[in-house]
Design a binder for this molecule. Sequence first.
Ligand code: NIG
Ligand code: FE
Length: 414
Amino acid sequence: MLIYQCLNKYNIVESTKLKNISNLVSFDTVENKVVSKSNIEIIIENNLIVEVGIKLASADKIIDCGNKLVTPGFVDPHTHPVFVNSRDEEFSRRLAGESYESIASDGGGIISSIQSVRDATESDLISRVKERMDSFLKLGTTTIEAKSGYGLDTENELKSLSVLKKVQDNHLIDIVPTFMGAHTFPEEFKNDSDGYVQLICDQMIPAVAKQNIALFNDVFCEEGYFSTEQARRILETGKKYGLRPRLHADEFLSSGAAELAAEVKAFSADHLMAVSENGIKKMAENNIIAILLPGTTFSLGKTSFAPYNSLRSAGIDIAIATDFNPGSCFIKSMPFIISLCCIYLKMPIYEAIKASTYTAAKSLGLENEIGSIEKEKKADLIIWNIKDASQIPSHFLDNPISKVMKNGELLFTA
Ligand code: NIG
Ligand code: FE
């Protein structure tokens, strides 16, 4: 402790070297592809990567990676972690044959998670969200996008975003907050959907912007939820207040949501299980990033995965995420999402690594700071228990991660 105090006092930077790495697999911004390199060492100073290369000079501290794989930390660009309990009974109902859509129209779904969030104290929500963030970090996620969306009135949406901010203040994981008042229509507006859209535009967005408590604005644009006209209004209003648009688009039915994402220049269009040809064309023309969420398709017992190959052939950048939420997907593990992508979407493993690190960071506007192991990027990385990236998809039952480094700090050391 004393030594650290002295180092800080005289501003002496302590350097750390990672050595004995079997393979370093990361997107390379110069070569513009994922590369795998052997005999590579990494030097870190404070929270930054300062050198990546062969036979580097020694450092104050050495970390032996045990001849194992090293990758960037995961960036999970789509989660809904601010809720009380998961809706386990809905999973059982689906196993008995009901669909997500029919359960939702029968009073279940998003709407049934609202009351408990409204009733919960801020500190109760903080401890639940903190615990969830601990799990994400252990699974290698070093940056996470997190949405509000289970409060659905001004007070409780602000409370949800404040929970994220307070968790962030005491947690190493980086949380990117998204306002999602437009998740569904709360009970009190069930016969006045435009009235709720007006409340979002006139009250919630200005209040969120005033507190400077969210970076993004997301809308569930889908039949039975927000129409493209309503979504457009909410996203355009958000833009005026500095909130960047992203969109839940064409999850169950194609409703023109991908086209809307292109029109408003959204940072991402997410889900896309039912995206149309025209939606794909418009996204490609406007460089809209697709975020695919195969954990949700899988958890809902569906087999209609998003059309990865058509999106990719159209030249669309693809990111992947967990979509962790209390109803349709309880998965926090990005390694498991990678397995699903490789098995069901036929995504090559290097593509899945890029999608879960670099492109995920790009969908949050953070690709210059995180998402790859390169000079001047944040020292957020994973030391695995395996030697080769090709082993990730098959090892989905045990956590194949040995250690996580966040901001240059080594976590979960045995
Ligand atoms: O992304 N699609 C909308 N929102 C979530 C589901 C949330 C819930 O069921 O509570 C999703 O899948
Ligand atoms: Fe979602």
